[in-house]
Write a protein that binds this ligand. Structure first.
Ligand SMILES: [Zn+2]
Length: 136
């Protein structure tokens, strides 16, 4: 790792994104990142838990779990960081832009999980938020 060579501004941004990615991680806790849709059965999913148990669930249950994890994340990280996270997420797609994260969870839960999973891996975000909007 050649971290020392990174310019201070971009390091500040990557630290900011790393912190926001932790919020994404909390939203897909409880192995929600291991969810897959059953082939040919839209709205029916299974989660392969790390203890090898397979949990079956339907769309409403997935929405409920996502909303619950979002409430946990809001409590853990506080409303300012949550607002920053949501600002960046709104730049990701139209569902989030129009309905917020909970709206996107209700309308397209499995797509939201896929997006959050990608963000946890890449730790990069589009757009900006009240914290980073004036950074170069
Ligand atoms: Zn930001």
């Amino acid at each position: 790792m050649k971290k020392a060579n990174i310019a201070p501004e971009s390091r500040r941004k990557s630290e900011h994104f790393e912190q926001l990615a932790e919020i994404a991680e909390v939203i897909i806790e409880d192995d929600l990142d291991q969810i897959t849709e059953k082939p040919g059965k839209p709205g029916q999913y299974h989660i392969s838990h790390k203890n090898n148990e397979v949990e079956e669930l339907i769309r409403d249950e997935l929405v409920y779990l996502l909303e619950g994890n979002m409430d946990v994340a809001m409590t853990l990280f506080g409303s300012d960081l949550w607002h920053s996270f949501e600002s960046h997420m709104k730049a990701e797609n139209h569902d989030i832009e129009s309905g917020g994260l909970k709206g996107a969870a209700a309308s397209h839960p499995i797509q939201l999980v896929a997006l959050l999973k990608q963000i946890v891996e890449t730790k990069t975000f589009k757009g900006n938020c009240p914290i980073c909007q004036d950074w170069r």
